[in-house]
Ligand binder design. Structure first.
Ligand code: CTP
Length: 762
């Protein structure tokens, strides 16, 4: 008898390959070793009648005379079927993974680098003109869609696309496919995802960003592949490894989006399997730390480069070896790095700047955060340029060459060039600044680059890269910035730094949490002195507003907020704000909800910072909120949202908390006039599941319900145009939301009925 087997934790490609292989080898038995992925399990519970698959435990393999293996070539992944490899029976393998040393030696079959194994088998079915039913076509298309990210992954080939189009001609049902592909996360999955997010460490390999996220769990995580995908989308990285430390082993799923990072090869070395863009495995006999180290080692070998100084720094656990000597980066190294990591457009700006400077016989540099992030390997396309010369003349030439619009800020001797794609280049002349009084705006004097760098906030922001052609890429580091970057240290250059500019306190905290650095003791003491001297009262509300928004716009602002609270500096928002446990929980819930929102509505923009801000001012009543709005000049729209939240949140929150069943139209009426930010703030206020569920229903379902009839239809029905129109259409919408109306004719019948009480509508 023939047995067709696939790999453990079978995904849809594995399932579809079983189904397709059975068409090629009718009469064979199908087996999935261990448990399939959760979604596949759910699918099978509906389609168990159509596809008969035996469980590993119940499957008798003693009478197998031929073994067909699909979607893997590794003996370690086929469960007890691996015992058959010792027998002298034909072994056929159909697979799309790259070859590995441990591959099963097959007697026949085929392996080809395709997006999905199903594609390979479907091509045989098409060639042999074997009949396929619509449900079989649906499963097979689902398999290809899943493994190719709906034909979007780099691994997708023309053959995958042809196979999908063939399957649609056989009746594949897109509705069923998308219902399995666009799986939303349930609350338990969301909370696992957040744990992964919080554990994520970022590493840079040349220009590729790899995330390793690891958590512990008592039990196997069924949908780790789905969570890994979501995490990758959320982090926007090039490759990701999700590790789960189980009591006796480590579960791993990895995904890559680029050909340079081969997660399959890494997984094979760790005892798992897969291909270059997707892999998984169970790892035994290694600790979590060892697995992480192995992954880093394997990846750095793959990209054929050592993990550079900067790359190690980006890790959230910066290496802080006291007294270690950091070699200065060589000029050549940085030039190479600039060329390798920057997009052509940004590199072009730097080269053009250098060329113009050469012609004018002056020096030009890229400086500040741009250089810091370049060395850290963090993406930053905001170019800050400093020239040692006449800013006006230079900026005009540069704007002309870059075809950008020029804004000159004469007083500060700076210029901004705005390009067509809205990206910006800031140009300044190297200068010293004198402050007339603490926290006042600086007075500018022409000077040289070293002095320019010396007046900056922290050592890590004091590097400059030369742009003139001959010295292109030369790094100037006068203040040991590389050393502080390596040690992960935020350090001021002089003791008056926070007196000159107290907003630097926010910047210190922001950098500390963004890069997982530490403010050094000396700098921290200076902050504490500035705070006790009430330095913030000397800063304008506008600058404070800008800084708090910048903190809240960081990818994970909570850490910075906690640090601000530790330094007693949330008082500046309002003296009554008490950073207690309740406030912290509100902020944590905001983070969870924003992650959920980002995953569920990937393309819908929201001002996340405002959701955090609303949680932060939750203790303020309306009167105090008005005081706050007077001090900080928020934009009109932001003010409206803040006020509306204060007026409505408790009311809406209480209404949504009621146990009594609510009609969809009742929920809609409560929420439809509120901004998304307010709605999410209400959701974050609510530990009660019922509120979250109702808001979630509103955002995911009710908000998208549309009625079919329009004002024109009302006119035709004899209604007179006027304010009643929108009221009537609203009623139609409510009735549709509550499920009373399904079609356009239902809606027309409904409005006709409304017409009867003459007084309201005619
Ligand atoms: N700077 C400073 N003091 C401030 C603000 C800025 O010394 N209060 C200097 C720093 O050297 C900084 C540079 O000006 O690197 C540019 O400022 P900005 O663009 O605001 O900061 P970045 O360091 O690029 O920070 P981010 O990555 O958050 O944009």
């Amino acid at each position: 008898m023939d047995l067709i087997v696939t790999h453990q934790a079978a995904d849809f490609d594995a399932l579809a390959s079983l189904v397709a292989a059975k068409k090629l080898y009718p009469g064979s038995k199908l087996m999935i070793p261990g448990s399939p992925e959760k979604a596949v399990g759910q699918f099978l519970s509906f389609c168990g009648d159509v596809i008969k698959i035996e469980k590993e435990k119940e499957c008798n393999i003693s009478n197998v005379t031929r073994l067909i293996i699909v979607d893997t070539r590794l003996a370690s992944r086929i469960g007890k079927a691996s015992q058959l490899l010792l027998k002298k029976i034909p072994i056929l393998v159909y697979d799309h993974h790259p070859p590995a040393a441990q591959d099963i030696k097959a007697t026949a079959g085929k392996s080809e680098r395709l997006g999905a194994t199903t594609t390979l088998l479907v091509s045989y079915l098409a060639k042999k003109k074997i009949d396929i039913s619509p449900i079989e076509a649906t499963i097979m298309a689902l398999g290809i869609y899943e493994d190719t990210g709906a034909l979007t992954y780099l691994s997708t080939t023309k053959k995958d696309i042809d196979a999908v189009s063939f399957l649609f001609s056989k009746g594949a049902n897109l509705k069923i496919i998308s219902s399995y592909l666009n799986r939303r996360l349930n609350p338990a999955q969301t909370s696992i995802l957040i744990r992964f997010l919080n554990s994520a460490k970022s590493y840079n390999f040349i220009d590729k960003r790899v995330i390793i996220a690891a958590i512990s769990s008592n039990k196997y995580i069924q949908d780790l592949a789905l969570l890994t995908h979501k995490l990758r989308d959320t982090e926007g990285c090039d490759a990701i490894f999700c590790l789960v430390e189980l009591p006796d082993k480590i579960q791993m799923v990895a995904r890559s989006d680029c050909v340079d990072i081969d997660v399959g090869a890494a997984a094979v070395k760790l005892g798992g399997g897969g291909h270059n863009l997707a892999s998984s495995g169970i790892i035994r006999d290694l600790t979590l730390k060892q697995v992480e180290e192995r992954i880093l080692e394997l990846l750095s070998r793959q990209v054929k480069a050592e993990v550079s100084l900067a790359e190690r720094i980006v890790s959230r656990e910066p290496d802080r070896v006291e007294g270690e000597i950091v070699k200065p980066l060589l000029k050549k190294d940085l030039a190479k790095k600039l060329k390798k990591t920057l997009p052509q457009h940004t590199l072009g700006i730097l080269e053009i700047t250098g060329r113009i400077a050469d012609k004018d016989n002056i020096q030009a540099f890229a400086v500040g955060g741009f250089v810091r992030d370049l060395i850290l390997g963090v993406k930053n396309l905001d170019v800050d340029i400093v020239i040692e010369g006449d800013i006006r003349k230079f900026a005009k030439k540069l704007a002309r060459e870059l075809n950008g619009a020029l804004v000159l800020h004469k007083k500060f001797k700076t210029a901004t060039i705005v390009m067509n794609d809205k990206s910006k280049v800031d140009v300044a002349t190297s200068r010293t600044e004198r402050y007339h009084k603490p926290a006042a705006l600086p007075e500018v004097k022409a000077s040289r680059i070293r002095e320019d760098l010396q007046r900056r906030d922290f050592t890590i922001n004091t590097m400059a890269v030369k742009l003139n052609r001959r010295e292109f890429g030369e790094l100037l580091d006068f203040f040991d910035a590389q050393r502080d970057l390596k040690r992960g240290r935020i350090r001021v250059l002089h003791k008056m730094s926070f007196v000159e500019d107290p907003t630097r306190i926010f910047r210190a905290v922001r950098f500390e949490s963004r890069y997982n650095f530490e403010i050094d003791k000396y700098t921290e003491n200076l902050i504490k002195t500035a705070v006790s001297d009430d330095m913030f009262t000397k800063v304008s509300g506008e600058r404070l507003r800008e800084e708090i928004v910048l903190i809240l716009k960081e990818p994970r602002p909570l850490k910075a907020l906690k640090r601000m609270a530790e330094l007693h500096e949330l008082r500046f928002i309002h003296p009554v704000i008490n950073f207690n446990h309740k406030l912290l929980r509100g902020l944590e819930r905001s983070e969870e909800i924003l992650v959920w929102y980002r995953i569920t509505f990937a393309r819908k923009h929201i001002e996340s910072w405002l959701v955090y801000f609303l949680a932060l001012i939750d203790q303020l009543d309306l009167k105090r909120t008005e005081e706050l709005l007077k001090r900080f000049p928020f934009r009109r729209k932001e003010q409206d949202i803040i006020r509306a939240t204060k007026k409505m949140d408790t009311l809406v929150f209480l209404a949504l908390s009621k146990r009594k069943a609510m009609r969809p139209s009742q929920i809609y009426r409560l929420l439809s006039h509120l901004s998304k930010e307010t709605i999410l703030a209400i959701m974050a206020k609510a530990p009660r599941l019922i509120v979250r569920r109702r808001v979630s229903d509103y955002l995911t379902k009710f908000l998208h319900v549309k009625i079919k009839i329009k004002g024109e239809d009302l006119k035709k029905e004899g209604f007179k145009p006027g304010p009643d129109f929108s009221r009537i259409l609203e009623k139609v919408l409510y009735a549709r939301l509550d499920g009373h109306l399904k079609t356009r004719s239902d809606e027309l019948r409904f409005v006709r009925r409304l017409k009867k009480p003459k007084s309201t509508v005619t």
